[in-house]
Design a protein around this ligand. Structure first.
Ligand SMILES: NC(=O)c1ccc[n+]([C@@H]2O[C@H](COP(=O)([O-])OP(=O)(O)OC[C@H]3O[C@@H](n4cnc5c(N)ncnc54)[C@H](OP(=O)(O)O)[C@@H]3O)[C@@H](O)[C@H]2O)c1
Length: 356
């Protein structure tokens, strides 16, 4: 059912897109393909006012370009380079974007698992400028979730990050909107697609380098694939989940971390042959009033529900007070699912504007 009156002219929603890699390049055509839906259902037409990447520069377009028109360009970033104005610093990108009417930053830059920077600073700048912010980047959320949410509340705007943990799978939406106060006590999950794929490919006889290359070709590996294989990506996700679902106060440094680097290739293969392959398992639970979290490779037998998580498939098993055990499976996600998570956050932000 439409949420707007049929006669009202659509309102532009001006967006800044920071980072133009795999996720952003999947997000733009998805946004364009849903523009008619957004216009019909929300009375809003998405317009891109700025795009930027580290090596290609940051560009603002004073009038903005509708997502539809921009996605039809052969190279949307090059189009901005030729028709927009270049700015040198991200802070200026955000400030100039605000001046031309941008009200939302979509932050899709590279993960920094050591401190979340510079994305953390960029999100803070956007929130301080009164812009809603959406990110798929785990770093800023893992390191500063509470502070960023407090800043958003203070400015009566929103900060959302659905894509950070299970791509487009509506995990945080589920906890916030569908299962509020369900009392989640613990979780176990397979949250890193690259490790799952690499473990599977090695078990199938590929070398480590070949397996990593396959993950990179799918666009699912971090810019540095060792951030996946050494467990950093999973630590970020585990931290975010522990703090969001279990209301913990966990820092990435407090998550016990062991990646798959230390596993011998032959051990990976023989474990898989025996029907209990290694998987990189994230877990967290409440203990003595605190939340304890870990990431480590474990052998997963056929009697374990996580066994369903083959290759890139993500699984999370939640122990709840009111709904018992719930297991959610995201089958073989690709970058499109991540882009969808960003789109679903955008729709949530637009629907909730003025209610926070
Ligand atoms: N790919 C997935 O399936 C997936 C899933 C969930 C979450 N994520 C997260 O989503 C984010 C984006 O992922 P991706 O796969 O799109 O990464 P990517 O392909 O490596 O692209 C990252 C983009 O960010 C830009 N960038 C990096 N630092 C920047 C800075 N300081 N200022 C402006 N631009 C900057 C890069 O610019 P240059 O290329 O010019 O250096 C590039 O355009 C990451 O944080 C990742 O962890 C990705």
């Amino acid at each position: 059912m439409s949420e707007t009156s049929p006669s009202a002219p659509p309102t532009p929603c001006r967006l800044l897109l920071l980072g133009y890699g795999h996720v952003a390049q999947a997000f733009l055509p998805l946004l364009a393909s849903r523009s008619a839906w957004m216009e019909r259902e929300l009375g809003i037409v998405p317009v891109i006012s700025g795009i930027g990447s580290r090596s290609q520069g940051l560009y603002i377009h004073a009038d903005g370009v509708s997502a539809n028109e921009l996605a039809s360009k052969l190279d949307p970033l090059r189009f901005f380079q030729s028709s927009g104005t270049r700015v040198e610093r991200t802070e200026t990108f955000i400030q100039t974007g605000a001046v031309v009417g941008a009200s939302l930053l979509i932050e899709l830059t590279t993960l920094n698992p050591h401190n979340g920077e510079p994305a953390l600073t960029h999100i803070r700048q956007a929130l301080t400028a009164g812009m809603d912010a959406i990110t798929a980047n785990k770093g800023p959320v893992a390191f500063a979730q509470a502070g960023l949410q407090a800043l958003a509340r203070q400015h009566h705007i929103q900060f959302r990050f659905e894509s950070t943990v299970m791509d487009g799978f509506p995990l945080f939406n589920l906890a916030q909107f569908t299962l509020p106060a369900v009392g989640i006590q613990s979780f176990r999950g397979l949250l890193n697609s690259t490790s799952g794929l690499v473990l599977d490919r090695i078990a199938a006889g590929y070398t480590l380098d070949e397996a990593i290359q396959q993950a990179q070709q799918l666009g699912i590996a971090e810019a540095d694939p060792w951030y996946d294989l050494d467990g950093w990506d999973a630590v970020m996700k585990t931290t975010i989940l522990a703090n969001t679902l279990l209301e913990g106060q966990v820092t990435p440094a407090a998550v016990r971390r062991e990646g798959i680097r230390g596993l011998a290739i032959e051990d990976m293969r023989s474990a898989a042959r025996a029907g209990a392959p290694f998987r990189l398992v994230s877990s967290a639970s409440r203990k003595d009033g605190a939340v304890i979290a870990a990431v480590r490779p474990l052998r997963i037998g056929t009697d374990d529900i996580l066994h369903i998580g083959k290759g890139t498939t993500g699984v999370i098993c939640l122990e709840t007070e009111a709904m018992g055990t719930i297991t959610l499976v995201e089958h073989e996600p690709t970058v499109l699912q991540t882009a969808y998570g960003v789109l679903s956050d955008l729709i949530t932000v637009l629907r909730r504007r003025g209610t926070d």
